[in-house]
Ligand binder design. Structure first.
Ligand SMILES: C[S@@+](CC[C@H](N)C(=O)[O-])C[C@H]1O[C@@H](n2cnc3c(N)ncnc32)[C@H](O)[C@@H]1O
Length: 349
């Protein structure tokens, strides 16, 4: 440890050792409080103890399995040089964002020209944080301007405004049963929400035999009216009950004959989260988007345990809807653009 327990100090009686131990515990108790994260007095008290034990300066700390970076961050807070890594590149990215980059900007003002603040001096990473917020806001606003029309707001069952946050899709195939003319959904669960103490929310497929069409309604309370229609790759025709063999589903998909149908939308409004039946406008918007670019190249056969390649989803772009590709391309374009803006603003500041 950095600071030894006083039991090793023979010059102290047992009572004195215990008093010293309680004093050190007191520092720890103040140090672990969230509200003391940046309290200079508490940090100075802890650093003084480390300095007492390492008169020539404390050793650096190395955490090769750093994960989210809590250990190197704490070490840095205590004034130690912290080195960390991880097998997972996402963990390394988080570590860079938390531990490596902020200290480089310590005490520096933001470079964005239009920051709304009362601060006149910039401590620690406050300037960097203000920049991240301001440029992040620009990216958000610009994304809304460029692709917001692809994500229309919706009106909930009681006329309230809802912002869609998730779209529930069903893959569909042509029913192999000759008595049903059209696509049928492959759905592993009709339940949308199953929270303790609240009525279940589920999707009811409404089968119109006269027109041989299926529409979807959201129901609250009771149990789903239908069993799942796909299980371990094998399907059941919801309209006729006929089996849909897994090989038939894969062959349809590989031939580009699998469809997708929006069956529910999750929206957030003033009264919380709600589920609603997609309108024609929702379906049109979900199918819209013309990405200017798509990620080409074959994906690995073992991707997600081999569950996509066998369905003919053998290139990266096939894993996304055009609207998803449009959104991803927009954000990646904005990232390059915001970089140029930051460089120009920094040069001018
Ligand atoms: C339990 S987490 C670490 C949590 C971290 N101490 C914290 O407080 O946030 C363990 C980490 O070790 C990483 N890991 C596992 N095997 C590894 C290896 N062979 N080399 C490097 N990192 C590895 C994992 O990716 C994971 O992020």
């Amino acid at each position: 440890s950095l600071v030894d327990d006083p039991s090793g100090d023979d010059s102290l009686s047992l009572e004195e050792q215990d008093r010293e131990r309680q004093r050190l515990f007191g520092i720890l108790e103040r140090l672990v409080k969230w509200e003391n994260s940046n309290n200079p007095d508490v940090l100075a008290a802890a650093r003084a103890e480390i300095d007492r034990c390492f008169p020539d300066g404390p050793p650096p700390i190395l955490d090769p399995f750093g994960g989210g970076g809590a250990i190197p961050l704490e070490a840095q807070r205590l004034g130690l040089t912290a080195l960390s890594g991880d097998l997972n590149p996402v963990a390394v990215l988080i570590q860079k964002a938390m531990i490596e980059i902020p200290p480089r900007f310590a005490g520096r003002p933001p470079v964005h020209a239009d920051i709304d603040t009362d601060l006149t001096t910039w401590q620690r990473a406050q300037g960097l944080a203000a920049d991240v917020e301001a440029y992040g806001q620009w990216m958000r606003d610009e994304a809304e301007r460029r692709i917001g029309h692809l994500y229309p707001d919706a009106t909930g069952p009681n006329g309230e405004k809802l912002t869609p946050i998730a779209w529930i899709w069903a893959r569909t195939v042509e029913s192999p049963d000759p008595t049903w003319n059209g696509h049928v959904p492959l759905v592993a669960s009709w339940t949308l929400s199953n929270k303790k103490g609240k009525p279940k929310v589920w999707i009811e497929p409404v089968i119109n035999r006269a027109t041989q069409t299926i529409t979807y309604e959201i129901r609250t309370g009771g149990e789903p009216s239908h069993e799942r229609t796909v299980d371990r790759g094998n399907g059941t025709c919801i309209a006729t009950g006929s089996a849909i063999p897994g090989d038939y589903i894969k062959a349809q998909s590989r031939s580009g004959l699998m469809g997708q149908q929006l069956i529910a939308v999750v929206g957030e409004g003033q009264s919380g989260r709600g589920y609603y039946t997609p309108s024609d406008r929702d379906s049109e918007a979900a199918h819209s988007g013309e990405p200017p670019w798509k990620p080409e190249g074959r994906n690995p056969e073992k991707l997600t345990g081999g569950t996509v390649f066998i369905y003919g989803l053998d290139e990266w772009w096939k894993l996304f809807t055009p609207r998803q590709l449009t959104a991803l391309t927009t954000f990646s374009d904005l990232l390059s653009e915001v970089r140029e803006r930051v460089i120009a603003d920094a040069a001018a500041s």
